[in-house]
Design a protein around this ligand. Structure first.
Ligand SMILES: [Zn+2]
Length: 392
C-alpha cells in the first residue's frame, strides 16, 4: 500500500470541535486511513511524508453555489454569459484551477451554458484538467419572462418536463430552477413560475432521485417551492421572519451567497441598471441573512461564481453573526450535506476522501486565514504546495 503521512501544526477535522495539535493524517489510495494519534502510531506504514510545517490542516472547502463561466472581474459580467461557447469554456477551465488553488476541492455548479459543465466535471474527475470535484446542474431552468442570466427559458408544464429530462439525460447531478429575481420589487417579491410548473420540475427530478435547488429570494414563490418539495433554497436574501420559520419547519437547506450584495468590486461590474438596486437593498439583505442565521436555519455558503472568493463569503457569514466554527462548517461539513456527499468529504475522518487543505493561521480564530491557502490535497493528490508540504 502506498501510504502518505501528512503533518501540520494543528488540525480542524470539520466536525465542530476545536483545533487539535499537532495535525497528523495517514492517507492511501485517496482515502483517509487514520487521523491524530492513530495516524502517528502508524507513521511507519507511510512511504511518503508531506510536512506542512506551521499550517492548519482542515477539510478541503466546498463551494455550494458556483458557475464555472461566470466571471465578476469582467465588466457587465452577467451579460457576458451570452459570449460564444468556446469563450465560456475557456473561462470555465480557468475558473476551475483558480477555485482549486483557493482551497475548493468540491464545487456545486448551479448552471452553465451548453452543457459545458458536464465536460468540465469529466475532465476534473479524470485528471485531464486541474479543478475541484464538480456537481453540476447543467442548464438552469427559468421562465421566459423571468430572471436568470445563466439559465435557459422554458415555459409551461410540458416544456419544463422535457427540459428537466434533457438535463438529466445529459447527466445533471441536480436541477436548478429560477423562481424569483435577485432584487425585490418596490412592493412585493415576484415569482415567475406557477405552482404546477414548479411541481413539474420537482416531480421529474425526484422520480429519478435527483435533488432540486431554486434561486429564490423569498415571497410567495418561496412557499410554493417548499410545498412542491424543493430541496435547497439558494440566496434567500429577503425572507421575512415567517418565511425563515417556514424553511426551518420544512427542514430545508439555505445556501447563502452574500458577496453579490456586499462586495463592492462585484457590484461595480454588474450591468449598469442593476448597480443602484444592489447598493440600496444591501442593508435589508444583511438584516435578513442575519435573521436566518439567528433563527437556526440550516445553511451552507457559496460564491455564485466569485472565483477564489469562498474565504470572503465565510467572513461575511461571521460578520452576519455566525460563529467562526459554524461559518467554516457552512463550507465544509454542512456543505457536504447539501451536496449529498457527507459520507465522502467535508470532514477529515477515517474513511473519507483525502480532501485536505493547509492554511496559514487558525481560521477558527481568524477567518482571514482561509485567504492564505498554502497546501491543497484533492483526493490524496498534492495539487498545491506553497511554502511547505515539502516531500520528505
Ligand atoms: Zn447563481
Amino acid at each position: 500500500m502506498q501510504a502518505t503521512l501528512i503533518r501540520g501544526a494543528r488540525l480542524i477535522d470539520g466536525t465542530g470541535g476545536p483545533a487539535v495539535e499537532p495535525a497528523v493524517l495517514l492517507t492511501a489510495r485517496g482515502v483517509i486511513e487514520a487521523v491524530g494519534e492513530e495516524a502517528a502510531a502508524r507513521a511507519a506504514e507511510a512511504s511518503a511524508v508531506w510536512d506542512c510545517g506551521d499550517q492548519t490542516l482542515m477539510p478541503g472547502m466546498i463551494d455550494c453555489h458556483n458557475h464555472l463561466s461566470l466571471d465578476p472581474t469582467l465588466d457587465n459580467y452577467l451579460h457576458r454569459m451570452n459570449d460564444p461557447l468556446p469563450e465560456l469554456t475557456i473561462r470555465a477551465v480557468n475558473s476551475m484551477k483558480i477555485d482549486l488553488m483557493a482551497g475548493v476541492t468540491t464545487s456545486r455548479c448551479l448552471g452553465d451554458k451548453g452543457f459545458l459543465d458536464i465536460a468540465c466535471r469529466k475532465a476534473s474527475a479524470t485528471g485531464t484538467l486541474l479543478g475541484p470535484r464538480l456537481l453540476v446542474a447543467t442548464r438552469g431552468i427559468r421562465a421566459p419572462h423571468g430572471h436568470g442570466f445563466v439559465g435557459y427559458p422554458f415555459g409551461g408544464v410540458e416544456k419544463i418536463r422535457s427540459a428537466v429530462r434533457e438535463n438529466l439525460q445529459a447527466g445533471a447531478d441536480l436541477i436548478k430552477v429560477y423562481i424569483t429575481g435577485t432584487l425585490r420589487g418596490p412592493r412585493q417579491i415576484l415569482h415567475f413560475y406557477s405552482r404546477e410548473e414548479i411541481q413539474a420540475v420537482v416531480d421529474e427530478a425526484h422520480r429519478v432521485g435527483v435533488p432540486v435547488a431554486t434561486h429564490c429570494i423569498g415571497g410567495p414563490g418561496l412557499r410554493l417551492a417548499l410545498e412542491a418539495g424543493i430541496d435547497v433554497i439558494e440566496h434567500g436574501y429577503f425572507m421575512t421572519d415567517q418565511e425563515i420559520e417556514l424553511v426551518g419547519q420544512y427542514d430545508r437547506w439555505l445556501v447563502m451567497t452574500p458577496s453579490i450584495f456586499f462586495a463592492d468590486a462585484r457590484i461595480r461590474t454588474l450591468p449598469p441598471d442593476l448597480i443602484e438596486g444592489h447598493l440600496r437593498q444591501r442593508e435589508e439583505v444583511g438584516q435578513r441573512l442575519a435573521a436566518a442565521i439567528r433563527a437556526g436555519v440550516h445553511y451552507a455558503v457559496g460564491t455564485d461564481g466569485m472565483h477564489a472568493g469562498l474565504a470572503r463569503e465565510i467572513a461575511y457569514l461571521v460578520e452576519l453573526g455566525a460563529t467562526p466554527a459554524a461559518a467554516l462548517q457552512a463550507a465544509t461539513a454542512d456543505a457536504a450535506k447539501v451536496c449529498g456527499l457527507a459520507d465522502r468529504t467535508g470532514t477529515l475522518q477515517k474513511g473519507k476522501l483525502a480532501d485536505c487543505i493547509g492554511v496559514e493561521g487558525n481560521p477558527l480564530e481568524d477567518p482571514g486565514a482561509l485567504e492564505r491557502v498554502r497546501t491543497v490535497i484533492l483526493q490524496g493528490r498534492l495539487v498545491k504546495a506553497e511554502r511547505g508540504a515539502s516531500q520528505a
